[in-house]
Design a protein around this ligand. Structure first.
Ligand SMILES: Cc1ncc(COP(=O)(O)O)c(C=O)c1O
Length: 445
């Protein structure tokens, strides 16, 4: 008897994905990377990557040679370490953080024991969210914000509520107003975290002013009534400072280590390939985060931690930051100069002038759509330049609306020689969009 396998095979029952997997959206980064790969020759002003030409290859070659020339050290580096990470490195990082604050390590309010080493700072952000947020809990962030983390928070089921920002960073008075409203509605108990990229923000390049740092902490203390609300300070770009004052962190204003978490990374000031971050946090949160991390991976890559330790000890880390700062400062200057030169002059068309980091945030007249689905985005790809549509960085307002007239430009990865032609191509498309839009509005009159 003939059986037709195609017809007799039972239908494949569906896969019962968890509610978290169903809540989790693809990060826009995948789409941006695949667009870049499918369009070689594109000038990529979208990639948030660091400059390949300045990666510390020689330094890391020297460090690993030394490390493996010593059998005992080599063996230690190839073995597991603890969940919190290499103690010597955490001690070294405590001293490093004190240097950045310009204070003695003893006055920081935390010790090496309250620092956790993670697989990039992204893992720390994730673990903190995981340890604090139940579905329906509230996290307050700026509009716009680092879209990877707001995506993570949404996948955890958080209700991400956004406040506006301006040249001085997150509008902290809007945070106070929001908290007051939530208290009136009996929802203060749901507020767990305030997320803030305090230095040279991704995506805007802007920095939270000194006064606002102090005020945000004061607000959080004031509203920590039945439970503590924590500030998650993301300092990923702190060391890439090109001019302007070196501000103290919000963490440094919390000498009892009660209300603030600060996350740092080796990715931006040294090498993302190490994928190593370090976060200082209050003791009771640390315990919960370490338990989560114990369940994730019981410790980040130890070899990476040994390399970072040696780079800090032998001075190559600091020397490398100096090299990066000089190189990115020149690229920042080049992108701002090119924007000035090529962008159409219009009062509705502005951009930020960052003092550090890797990003410039461009605001177009409101009627111009720069979203991923827009003809402007398509025309840019056709014209050989790519940006990050700003829509990814926003939470919707009460009516569900997201602004579509912003774009994030990065001068991190792009070859310095391509900055000017990249901006020229972008400006051509912007000018064309603006003239088409004004022609349409004239016709409509
Ligand atoms: C603001 C911000 N925070 C955190 C991260 C995470 O970086 P990593 O996990 O490599 O430390 C990034 C990466 O681009 C970032 O832009």
């Amino acid at each position: 008897m003939r059986t037709d396998a195609k017809h007799s095979a039972p239908a494949l029952p569906p896969l019962p994905l968890s509610s978290k997997a169903r809540r989790t959206r693809e990060q826009p980064i995948s789409f941006l990377i695949s667009t870049a790969l499918h369009n070689p020759g594109l000038i990529n002003l979208a990639a948030g990557l660091v400059d390949p030409l300045t990666l510390p290859v020689e330094e890391c070659a020297q460090i690993t040679r030394e490390l493996f020339a010593d059998r005992a050290r080599g063996r230690a580096a190839l073995q597991y370490d603890t969940t919190a990470g290499l103690r010597d490195l955490r001690r070294e990082l405590l001293a490093h953080m004190a240097r950045l604050e310009g204070v003695d390590a003893g006055t920081l309010g935390f010790t090496a024991e309250q620092i956790v080493l993670t697989t990039g700072s992204q893992q720390a952000l994730y673990l903190v969210g995981d340890a604090l947020v139940d579905p329906g809990d509230i996290v307050i962030a700026a509009n716009p914000s680092y879209f990877v983390y707001t995506g993570t928070l949404s996948s955890l089921g958080a209700n991400v509520m956004a406040v506006p920002m301006d040249e001085d960073g997150m509008d902290v008075e809007a945070v106070a107003t929001l908290l007051a409203g939530l208290e009136r509605e009996g929802k203060l108990d749901r507020v767990k975290l305030i997320y803030c990229t305090s230095y040279f923000d991704n995506p805007t390049g802007l920095t939270l002013s000194l006064d606002r740092r102090k005020r945000l902490l004061e607000i959080v203390r004031g509203y920590s009534k039945r439970h503590r609300i924590l500030i998650q300070e993301d300092a990923a770009y702190r060391e890439l400072r090109y001019d302007g004052p070196a501000l103290p962190s919000i963490k440094a204003m919390d000498p009892e280590n009660r209300y603030t978490i600060i996350s740092n990374t080796f990715s931006k000031p040294f090498a993302p390939g190490l994928k190593l971050g370090y976060t200082a946090m209050p003791d009771d949160l640390l315990h919960a985060v370490l338990q989560q991390k114990g369940n994730h991976d019981f410790g980040s890559a130890n070899l990476t931690q040994h390399i970072a330790l040696q780079a800090l000890r032998d001075g190559s880390y600091t020397r490398h930051v100096d090299v990066l700062v000089a190189s990115y400062r020149a690229k920042r200057d080049a992108i701002l100069k090119a924007l000035d030169r090529y962008m159409p002059k219009n009062p509705g068309l502005t951009w930020t002038h960052p003092h550090g980091g890797l990003y410039v945030w461009v605001t177009l007249p409101e009627r111009i759509d720069a979203s991923r689905q827009s003809t402007m985005f398509e025309s840019c790809i056709a014209n050989g330049v790519m940006y990050v549509p700003g829509e990814y960085c926003f939470q919707p307002d009460e009516s569900g609306k997201i602004p579509r007239n912003h774009l994030r430009l990065s001068f991190g990865q792009v070859d310095p020689k391509q900055i000017e032609p990249g901006i020229e191509r972008l400006a051509q498309v912007v000018a064309q969009q603006m003239s088409e839009q004004s022609a349409t509005s004239t016709l409509a009159l």
